[in-house]
Design a protein around this ligand. Structure first.
Ligand SMILES: NC(=O)c1ccc[n+]([C@@H]2O[C@H](COP(=O)([O-])OP(=O)(O)OC[C@H]3O[C@@H](n4cnc5c(N)ncnc54)[C@H](O)[C@@H]3O)[C@@H](O)[C@H]2O)c1
Length: 319
């Protein structure tokens, strides 16, 4: 029997797929402490991984491990260098995690640009008429420029939604050809600073790497329009949180939406939690019925396909 550890609970549809397959013996591991993972993972052949950090100390103990199937597409919680050295495969869930995040980004852009929370509160607080005569900060998306940083699976879903709102789309992704961006209706930006200066909205959909860590800091935000908004659904470290808080407080930018944080959950004293100019969600861009089910099914199917030697190459991370 092939032994699989399901690290961190996932949607039942994925767990059932593995449990109902007679080739596999599965255990769901909910305690994600390093000690527990060390003691539980040493004899497994495969791991499905949602939250939980799999570092080299843990991997060192996993003498039989052949594959890690990530529940999602980011893999900054795994020691990829170690995986490469030991020839352990790393799989991701491909396009299953792109529609919901793209919709989440649109929701955040719309919520902020339409001052939605203010309107909601004004109705509840009996200010229905009063709000009519205040100076409106809400703005139309039509003809506004969005800069999408990272034009992968999510970026490509996002552009369609932005074009539907008649926005102009600028794309900064040095690894994607101009032709591909143009064919999808975007304009390739070669110098990030040029894009930042023009953008009314900035959306980040890049992996967290040495190059993207803190790629948006105070210096970059100062290049942006005072009326601009920033949406980050990628990874917390991509924006410098302290700088973002300062930029919002000093009106360097207008607003922000964050689904991800440098430390998750964020510390109680993280000033962004009290900052009214930022809209927050708990790493929830994929929390839809469709996405959680599809992601879990794909995570499980990747394990099955791996051991049956029929894996779709698009699911394999080149280490
Ligand atoms: N909030 C959530 O729940 C959630 C859900 C899914 C994905 N994510 C995050 O979003 C990221 C993007 O997801 P995806 O599926 O689109 O990934 P992807 O791998 O398909 O696309 C990432 C794109 O970023 C580009 N890129 C890499 N380094 C860059 C750089 N320095 N500057 C500009 N572009 C760069 C790559 O060329 C690629 O096109 C993931 O890495 C993950 O961390 C978050």
């Amino acid at each position: 029997m092939i032994k699989i550890a399901i690290v961190d609970k996932m949607h039942k549809d994925g767990i059932d797929l593995l449990k109902n397959n007679s080739k596999f013996k599965c255990e769901v591991i909910e305690n994600l402490s390093k000690e527990n993972l060390m003691s539980k993972l040493h004899d497994v052949d495969g791991i499905t991984l949602r939250r939980g950090k799999i570092d080299s100390d843990i991997l060192e103990k996993c003498k039989k491990l052949k594959v890690i199937s990530r529940h999602g597409v980011g893999y900054d919680n795994v020691d990829t260098k170690f995986l490469k050295q030991k020839n352990i495969s790393l799989l991701v869930t491909g396009t299953t995690t792109s529609v919901s995040p793209a919709e989440h980004i649109m929701f955040m852009i719309l919520n902020i640009s339409k001052s939605f929370d203010l309107f909601d509160q004004s109705v509840r607080k009996g200010n229905f008429d009063k709000i009519m005569h205040t100076e409106h900060k809400s703005f139309e998306l039509c003809n506004k420029k969005i800069l999408i940083i990272g034009f992968g699976r999510i970026g490509k879903k996002l552009i369609k939604r932005c074009l539907g709102f008649e926005m102009k789309v600028l794309v900064f992704d040095p690894f994607i050809e101009k032709k591909i961006i143009n064919n999808l209706g975007g304009e390739k930006i070669d110098d990030l600073n040029d894009g930042l200066k023009e953008a009314d909205v900035l959306s980040l959909s890049v992996p967290l790497t040495k190059l993207t860590h803190n790629m948006i800091n105070l210096k970059k935000m100062k290049m942006m329009k005072k009326t601009s908004i920033i949406i980050n659904t990628s990874r917390g470290g991509v924006i410098n949180e302290k700088d973002l808080n300062e930029a919002l407080n000093k009106n360097i930018i207008y607003g922000a939406g964050l689904d991800v944080f440098e430390k998750e959950p964020p510390n109680e004293d993280n000033p962004l939690l009290k900052n009214k100019k930022v809209l927050l969600s708990p790493h929830a861009a994929t929390f839809t019925k469709e996405c959680t089910s599809n992601m879990a099914i794909q995570t499980a199917q990747n394990i099955i396909d791996f051991f049956e030697n029929k894996l779709n190459k698009l699911m394999i991370v080149k280490l």
